[in-house]
Design a protein around this ligand. Structure first.
Ligand SMILES: Nc1ncnc2c1ncn2[C@@H]1O[C@H](COS(=O)(=O)NC(=O)[C@@H](N)CS)[C@@H](O)[C@H]1O
Length: 438
């Protein structure tokens, strides 16, 4: 992509409304634009990152055996009356009337709708286990939307729903999602720690939140720091094997949010030098809620003995749009964002330090063409800004690799590569730079 033809409305100043660094940097880097409280337009740079995050979530859901579909954002109020949540959900629910005065709502979550789809088709335990998921926009009319996309009103969520014959089978589904979440967040360069959690309006009696440590997080957390070094299952993990040893390993080291923290146990179990009390960002939450929805909505299957029984369900959410904020909170410095390579909007920034110099322009064009031809996502800063402004912009938007090309270096057949994550620099020939970055 040539920057001169891209749409990247970088802000020079820190927007005053931004209270936390991720909100500030997303606005300054021209990634999002607020259209209303808690409602954002995703500008090209931010949208590229959102799609990369979404794709990692999708790949790990698919690897676990979950099946992707897409449900609408609008839902009938009557569906929520069946489960009794229409009134219970409260002011967070955006209620809408259509031209025929039919009562609709903008879905904050989809337990009722997926249960309605399930019960319409599945009548026998032989069709189980089943895990259906989608990646869809949600609306929650939060009292205080804030921190940019971290707590929005319209936000993108992956929500998966499992259906099983009994509790034991439902826990197998739960464990698969637990492992899929460990892998998902690790692939984004995050350490997301699973912690026992309250179930709240979703319901049930078993839930884990996946929390990324960050000073600006909304959740207070208490952990044994050993949990930060536990191994994440590899991509060859066998989802049809018994996953309980992995779950046990990750849940036997103390990690709790403040609302379920057991101070006595923490003192007793965790050596003083391992105790960490900090804050964190909830990037995902998984729930087992048994027959809460299948009872209310008569989602029954005939069991092996032919008797109809309500299925045991679980739901599993990831805050896809929240993750941009969480990743920036975990990966930034004073100069700006430091995208992990897996989610970066581009892999390489080419910085032409003397636009208009024939030799430099030619070298940049050649490098741009070669890298692009090899499938590397390149943002070529071919604008006529001065070098200093190009350095600042490249550091702000956080592309993992920068290649600087100027007349002096080129005269010696050299370009300079800078690794954004640690600031390390190397000079080498353009050919070696291509070999390094392919
Ligand atoms: N207002 C919000 N803005 C951005 N992300 C949010 C917001 N509310 C929740 N999320 C994200 O969405 C994830 C799932 O939301 S949730 O309420 O915990 N779970 C559910 O809605 C269940 N139906 C799981 S399918 C959360 O872990 C969080 O990362």
């Amino acid at each position: 992509m040539r920057l001169s033809r891209f749409f990247l409305p970088i802000l020079k100043e820190n927007p005053k409304e931004a209270e936390i660094v991720s909100h500030r940097l997303m606005l300054r880097a021209g990634m999002i634009r607020q259209e209303a409280a808690g409602i954002y337009a995703w500008l090209p740079l931010g949208f590229r990152v959102l799609k990369k995050i979404e794709q990692i979530v999708r790949e790990e859901q698919d690897r676990s055996g979950a099946l992707e579909l897409l449900m609408p954002t609008l839902q009938l109020a009557d569906l929520w009356r069946e489960s009794g949540r229409y009134d219970a959900y409260g002011p967070e629910m955006l209620r809408i009337a259509d031209r025929h005065k039919r009562e609709l709502l903008y879905g904050p979550t989809n337990e009722e709708m997926i249960t309605e789809i399930f019960r319409a088709y599945v009548k026998s335990y032989k069709n189980l286990p089943l895990n259906l998921y989608h990646i869809q926009w949600k609306f929650r009319d939060e009292q205080r939307p804030r921190f940019g996309v971290m707590r929005g009103r319209e936000f993108l969520m992956k929500d998966a729903y499992s259906f099983d014959l009994n509790e034991a089978a439902a826990r197998v589904a739960y464990n698969k999602m637990f492992v899929a979440y460990l892998r998902t967040f690790a692939r984004m360069g995050l350490k997301a720690i699973p912690m026992r959690a309250e179930t709240g309006p979703i319901g049930g009696d078993l839930s884990h939140e996946f929390i990324v440590l960050a000073e600006t997080g909304e959740s207070g957390v208490f952990i044994n720091r050993d949990v930060l070094d536990l191994p994440v299952p590899g991509e060859d993990v066998d989802y049809d094997s018994d996953l309980t040893p992995i779950i046990k390993q990750w849940t036997s080291v103390y990690a709790a949010t403040e609302d379920v923290h057991d101070a006595a146990r923490f003192e007793q179990e965790v050596p003083a030098d391992k105790r960490v009390n900090t804050r964190g960002i909830e990037v995902g939450q998984i729930f087992y809620f048994g027959t809460k929805y299948s009872d209310a909505m008569k989602a029954l299957v005939a069991g092996p003995d032919g008797v109809d029984v309500p299925i045991h369900g679980g739901s599993y959410g990831v805050g896809v749009s929240r993750l941009l904020g969480a990743i920036i909170e975990a990966c930034h410095d004073d100069a700006g964002i430091k995208w992990p390579e897996a989610v970066a909007p581009f892999r390489v920034s080419i910085l032409n330090l003397k636009q208009g110099d024939a030799a430099v322009d030619a070298a940049c064009e050649k490098l741009y063409a070669e890298l692009t031809a090899k499938g590397v996502d390149v943002l070529y800063d071919d604008t006529d800004q001065r070098a200093g402004a190009k350095f600042a912009a490249a550091d702000l938007i956080g592309i993992p690799w920068q290649i600087m090309i100027g007349p002096k270096g080129l005269a010696e057949g050299k370009v300079e590569i800078k690794k954004r994550s640690d600031g390390s620099r190397e000079t080498m020939s353009p050919a070696d730079a291509v070999a390094r970055l392919v």
